[in-house]
Design a protein around this ligand. Sequence first.
Ligand code: HPA
Ligand code: ZN
Length: 329
Amino acid sequence: MGHQTTSPADVIRDIPKAELHIHVEGSLEPEMMFDLARRNGVSLPYRSVEKVRRAYAFANLQEFLDLYYQGMAVLQTEEDFFALADAYLRRAAADGVVHVEMFFDPQAHTGRGVPLGTLMDGLERAIVRSRERGVSVSLILCFLRHLTEREAFETLEEAEPYLDRLLGVGLDSSEVGHPPSKFARVFAAARDLGLRLVAHAGEEGPPEYVWEALEILGVERIDHGNRALEDDALVARLRDDRIPLTVCPLSNLALRVVDDLAAHPIRRMLDLGLLATVNSDDPAYFGGYINENFRRVAEAVDLSTAGIETLARNSLDASFAARSPRAGA
Ligand code: HPA
Ligand code: ZN
């Protein structure tokens, strides 16, 4: 063989990686949305798959969330949740993902009358299949932060029969106006149950929310964390304590967290010594699965092969499979 150079796309495809920031409901492709709507007799406010895709033009997080909750209303039966997770996990495997820590939003389903057991059983079946194919999967239950502390507590209680199927809890949905401190007692209770803790922070919210997630909730990982870069002391804390950031470039572009992928901070995060990772967030809504996120951001900020390799290694190091609970946590 000669000295053919390996293209960045080949490096990205072939390198083992973990996906740590994927909302399974955000992998609902418009085609499946239509199939399930028909099967379940749900009416959608779109006439075609193309019209759905055209509606995905967001000015901010809330505009996305409105369509995200609307779209997932087609998910009703155990089979639906199985089909959703199975399709995502097959795509992830094809992208060289070897381990997934998958978010789900139970309140977005129980709130419209779908029993928790229906989704837990459908997701579990897909997870078992994935493990049989060699990709490990764990589940992280996310609380919707626009809802109340009481509703989060009720969800945690409802989930107790399924504790052995849960790795941890997270916090997502509308960030600004719903600081992590709102859920201090819920996260303390989750920790007492032995669950690992993560939270979305610093996507649209200020650095103060990232501090709260660390200091008040005691999370071990920050989802997004872009705005942490505005605070030097916070950057030092994240670096010194090796707190991972689960960064989502195409999400950041679609939700206008960055104006342009060329301005994406992923490379600066690496240069600062942060344990940054690349993830897809809601790939059906933001235009790409994990490898597409790697390819697009690597090209936009001119990441070297070494940079790509660092990001992939970071994802394995940042996974809970690789990290025991923090001392004192
Ligand atoms: N941010 C907040 N909530 C979410 C997201 C996100 O990126 N994706 C799905 N729910
Ligand atoms: Zn997210």
